[in-house]
Write a protein that binds this ligand. Structure first.
Ligand SMILES: [Cu+2]
Length: 164
């Protein structure tokens, strides 16, 4: 009989397509990840990167981790009156086909409980966790990046007590 064979073939093809869809890597790419150097005794550090969602569906950054810190928080920075405040956020939205910039003065990753000062030139592994794309691995390069709004920001604004 030819029919069962054909049917089996279609079934196999359908399963294959299905598993291909599941196995598809995420459509979010992390680029240019970097962290600001810190001095001894500084318990937290800021990290920044560009997230590119090349897919047709929205995704969200839910969290991150690095061996260099006890934990990583997602933060936003907003003016509250005339004071810049950092706020922890649950997720960072990545609409389909967009690039979201985590940069000084705005959204950023906060490395909490640094195990050692971050020194210029160091590379640290960073794992990003997305709602749909799953885990994406990248590397943080420690160093100061070009002109940015935060370059002249007083150090106390990074003091992370969330009050100033
Ligand atoms: Cu922060």
């Amino acid at each position: 009989m030819k029919l069962p064979t054909l049917r089996q073939g279609l079934l196999a093809a359908a399963l294959l397509l299905n598993s291909a869809a599941w196995a598809q890597p995420g459509t979010v790419q992390a680029r240019d990840a970097w962290a600001r150097p810190t001095v001894g005794g500084q318990p937290v550090g800021g990290a920044y990167l560009r997230l590119q969602n090349t897919g047709g569906t929205a995704d969200r950054l839910l969290g991150a981790s690095t061996s260099a810190a006890e934990r990583v928080e997602l933060h936003s920075m907003q003016m509250s009156g005339d004071v810049m405040r950092m706020r922890q956020v649950d997720a960072i939205e990545l609409p389909a086909g967009t690039t979201v910039e985590l940069a000084p003065g705005g959204l950023h990753l906060m490395l909490m409980g640094l195990k050692a000062p971050l020194r210029t030139g160091e590379r640290l592994p960073l794992v990003l966790r997305f709602e749909k794309s799953g885990e994406v691995k990248t590397e943080l390069v420690v160093g100061n990046r070009g002109p940015s709004a935060a370059a002249s920001m007083p150090a106390h604004m990074h003091g992370h007590d969330h009050k100033q």
